[in-house]
Design a protein around this ligand. Structure first.
Ligand SMILES: [Fe+2]
Ligand SMILES: [Fe+2]
Length: 173
């Protein structure tokens, strides 16, 4: 059975994951309108992943006798100066989510909720991977600079960046 403190903290994270999904959906739309098809598809996938993170939390809360709260969401930023700025925002957002997960881990230990602590370890690993992926992308963007040909190749190859990044972090791969 979840304590009220833990239930409230997990519900806050449910909202953050839902907002993350919206943030990345807005990025996907922006990139699509700009004709950056590869980047757009990549961001649609990221948005779906965040929804999965949210659902996993919802199931956990409900299974442990809590009640997952579906709340209103903050409207995301919908325009960006450049795709580089967009990916900077993505990294900033992932760092913010990591901090929130860390806080949640802290609260679970403080409250001696070891089941929740154990459940959260998946999110801890996931955040390491997502931050690493965002940094890899920004490194590539910095290499490209203002080169239009580079952007063309980047847009074409971005789907592979994520695959390589997650494979590098998966011990079974
Ligand atoms: Fe997430
Ligand atoms: Fe994420």
């Amino acid at each position: 059975m979840l304590s009220k403190t833990i239930e409230t903290a997990l519900n806050k994270q449910i909202r953050i994951e839902a907002e993350s999904s919206q943030v990345y959906l807005a990025m996907a739309v922006w990139a699509e309108v700009k004709g950056l098809e590869g980047i757009s598809n990549f961001m649609y996938d990221q948005s779906d992943e965040e929804r999965e993170h949210m659902l996993k939390l919802i199931k956990f809360v409900n299974e442990r006798g809590g009640h997952a709260h579906i709340s209103e969401l903050k409207a995301p930023n919908v325009t960006f100066k450049s795709f580089k700025e967009m990916f900077k925002k993505l990294l900033e957002h992932e760092i913010y989510v990591s901090e929130s997960i860390n806080e949640l881990v802290h609260i679970s230990l403080e409250n001696k909720d070891y089941a929740t602590h154990n459940f959260l370890q998946w999110y801890v690993s996931e955040q390491i991977e997502e931050e690493a992926m965002a940094r890899t992308i920004l490194d590539k963007i910095n290499m490209i600079g203002d080169d239009k040909g580079g952007l063309y190749l980047f847009d074409r190859d971005i789907q592979q960046i994520s695959v390589v990044s997650s494979a590098a972090n998966d011990p079974s791969a």
